[in-house]
Design a protein around this ligand. Structure first.
Ligand code: ADP
Ligand code: MG
Length: 692
């Protein structure tokens, strides 16, 4: 699909220039310096030669076919140049120039215009306002980009909308002496999109791991479809960007406030199986390991070290990340005892000691590769001056090439001196890191990837006992009356229509009605001030709990009438539900995605602890379960210190019912069920809020 973009046999540079530091000059220079094997056609109306190559006054003068053309000319000339590319039969155009969508309305119009011209000729446009692509294939060496890092061949492919971030990734991997396969940074992404590039990488056999950076998705659904497809085939590593508080400021509900900005990117990644990082360095280091080593099948790490300290640091880091360091079997220990030096420690970590040579390392590696209860191998290798380190590295490389279990190495040396050793490590595809923490983090990420790949996706249940049209008509009524916040009656009727259990309730307009309602519901009861102007009722004294008799109901109604005024005030009388664990289930509309559903510890302290988890609709049964188990206070739900747990099954069901509810009723902007009282064998909502 994008073969001519990533593997062009000929490249024209419209705007190529003799002027040093101009983009057209840099791109031409990069193609030459990187030793591009195809034809280069500089295009410049005034030059006959640029950087020693024949230049053409127009692309129409070029004798051969042009697969790919760069445009580094002022934005306003690009539609005309695009027309010429069309006439020439160019397949792909990278518009490096800026001055389009990113500068506002006028730029957007120009961008639309240039895309329209391209469409007419069937040209696919990359950019504008972008860097370009790199293909490191030694047979081609296409450097169609104005960046400055010259990557060698490798198996990691990068796609980053932002050029600055893309270049940062490329440099970080280069600094680890590791190569790349493809690089693409597509800026405004007016035509060729991130999902399309992702799919292309997914189908490329030489790409073993993909690094992705996007600041937002013009079409989240399209992205999710592509991401799901590609992440099922190979590791895709993504960065969460734009983690701001802006979203929180605008929100009135708990769920809206806690969702914040940038969260949906992370949720999209999780739902589609993209491994998420919050740290550039860690992501690049993990990509290196994932691109050259097999995926660990589990959490159990076997360590080999020739020095004590770094192995302790590594062990701490691995255990912190949830990995395990199991004891070795007796057979394994017996073999090690036979083959290692007498001073060696046969526990895990295996300390082969500093004087260990190639056969000792090989023995330890073979034992760990054969050991049933070990899933991955971590090596601490400091290069002693009294050991033939090159030979050690050669053994390691040989074992690595068997690709039985993943190996990472904390390689501690003076690289300019130990060149032979370094070369052997590299030749074996062993990911080498300068620090124990780095190596441990990379191994932890690989293990996390295994968990992600094997995660239970579950099924999305459709409840057919719901009354959708009833809920729709309630929303329609509120909308007709220009109300954005539903009243208590409407909210609880919608919950009832979706089979969500709530404490028995009644609305009263007077003292007498309140007493009658309380008697019907049965004491003790709770009274809440029901008025559109009150958001958080308990903050203003609008909630009175545990009212045990008529006198208490009467005085509460009178007090609230005095406090809030009689105008528009109703009384929400509810059964008192003591002793439950308060949890929250909420939802918030998210443009392009449907809704986010939230679960967490509830009650009036929800913003204080922020112990919540999110999912994108539709929420499957497995995802709902995971929402419960991923909060920090999960043990309060599952049973803690003699206390019984709560009815998790019913909570999982409510999450799924809310997922269905907001998908059925897209007009809902935000909703909170807070709290839901959860007991050992039942749950019930005692407060709820819906805005449209
Ligand atoms: P708001 O969130 O508007 O302040 P709530 O209706 O959530 O008002 O009430 C605040 C707190 O009062 C709840 O978190 C809960 O602790 C308690 N509460 C409310 N209703 C009940 C009830 N029916 N039974 C027991 N406790 C309740
Ligand atoms: Mg509440």
């Amino acid at each position: 699909m994008f073969d001519k973009l990533f593997s062009p046999k000929s490249v024209a540079i419209i705007g190529a220039s003799q002027k040093p530091l101009s983009i057209g000059n840099v791109i031409t220079k990069n193609l030459l310096k990187y030793e591009y094997k195809g034809e280069i056609y500089p295009i410049n109306p005034k030059a006959d030669e640029i950087l020693g190559i024949k230049a053409y006054h127009s692309i129409l003068d070029v004798p051969g076919d042009v697969d790919l053309a760069h445009m580094s000319i002022p934005a306003k000339f690009t539609p005309m140049a695009m027309d010429e590319c069309g006439k020439k039969g160019v397949k792909f155009v990278i518009i490096n120039s800026a001055g389009f969508k990113e500068v506002g309305e006028e730029g957007l119009a120009l961008e639309n215009e240039v895309v329209a011209v391209a469409k007419k000729y069937g040209i696919r446009v990359f950019g504008p306002n972008c860097q370009g692509i790199i293909n490191t294939d030694p047979e081609l060496k296409a450097y169609c980009d104005f960046t400055f890092t010259y990557p060698e061949e490798g198996h990691i492919s990068i796609v980053a909308q932002s050029g600055g971030v893309g270049a940062l990734f490329m440099q970080a991997i280069h600094d680890l002496s590791v190569g790349l396969r493809f690089y693409a940074s597509n800026g405004n992404a007016c035509d060729i999109s991130i999902p399309e590039i992702l799919r292309y990488y997914g189908n490329d056999e030489k790409t073993k791991a993909i690094i992705l950076y996007a600041e937002g998705f013009s079409d989240p659904a399209e992205f999710m479809e592509a991401a799901r497809e590609v992440a099922a085939k190979k590791p895709v590593l993504g960065m969460r960007a734009g983690r701001t508080e802006e979203g929180a400021k605008a929100a009135t509900s708990h769920t809206g406030g806690l969702a914040g900005g940038g969260l949906s990117t992370e949720l999209i990644f999780k739902k589609t199986g993209i491994l998420t990082f919050r740290d550039v360095e860690e992501m690049c280091q993990s990509a290196v390991a994932l691109s050259s080593q097999p995926i660990p099948k589990g959490k159990r790490v076997g360590l080999i070290t020739d020095t004590g300290g770094p192995a302790i640091i590594a062990t701490d880091e691995l255990v912190d990340a949830g990995l395990e360091i199991p004891e070795l079997s007796d057979t394994a220990k017996a073999t090690l005892k036979e083959q290692l030096l007498p001073q060696a420690s046969l526990r895990n970590p295996i300390d082969v000691v500093a004087t260990a040579g190639a056969p000792h390392y090989r023995a330890a590696l073979d034992v760990l590769m054969g050991e049933e209860n070990i899933d991955s191998v971590y090596i601490n290798f400091v290069t002693p001056s009294f050991v033939d380190c090159e030979a050690v590295a050669k053994e390691m490389a040989e074992v690595s090439k068997q690709q039985k279990k993943p190996i990472v190495c904390n390689y501690m040396t003076d690289k300019p001196q130990w060149t032979g050793t370094t070369a052997n490590m590299k030749e074996g595809g062993i990911p080498c890191y300068d620090y124990p923490e780095m190596a441990a983090k990379a191994l932890a990420a690989m293990t996390r990837y295994n968990d992600l790949r094997n995660r239970e996706i579950g099924t999305v249940k459709t409840f057919d006992d719901v009354d959708k049209s009833k809920a729709e008509s309630l929303l329609a009524e509120a909308k007709k009356a220009n109300r954005t916040i539903l009243n208590a009656k409407e909210v609880y009727e919608i919950l009832a229509a979706y089979g969500i259990p709530a404490a028995p309730w009644k609305i009263a307009n007077s003292v007498d009605e309140a007493v009658a309602a309380a008697e019907e519901i049965g004491y003790p009861v709770v009274i809440k001030a029901d008025s559109e102007s009150i958001v958080h009722k308990s903050d203003v004294g609008g909630v009175a709990v545990n009212l045990t008799d008529k006198a208490a109901v009467e005085s509460t109604v009178n007090e609230m009438t005095n406090k809030f005024g009689a105008k528009g005030l109703k009384f929400f009388i509810q059964k008192f539900m003591p002793g439950g664990q308060e949890v929250i289930v909420g939802a918030k509309a998210e443009p392009g995605l449907g809704h986010l559903v939230m679960f967490g510890l509830g009650g009036v302290t929800v913003e204080l602890f922020k112990d919540v988890s999110f999912e994108i609709t539709p929420v499957s049964d497995a995802e709902a379960k995971q929402m419960l188990s991923s909060i920090k206070a999960y043990r309060l739900l599952s049973g803690f210190r003699g206390a019984k747990g709560v009815d998790q099954k019913k909570l999982v069901e409510v999450i799924q019912r809310i997922s269905q509810l907001v998908m059925d009723l897209p007009a809902i902007q935000e909703m909170d069920l807070n709290p839901i009282m959860a007991y050992e064998d039942t749950i019930c909502v005692v407060d709820a809020r819906i805005s449209i």
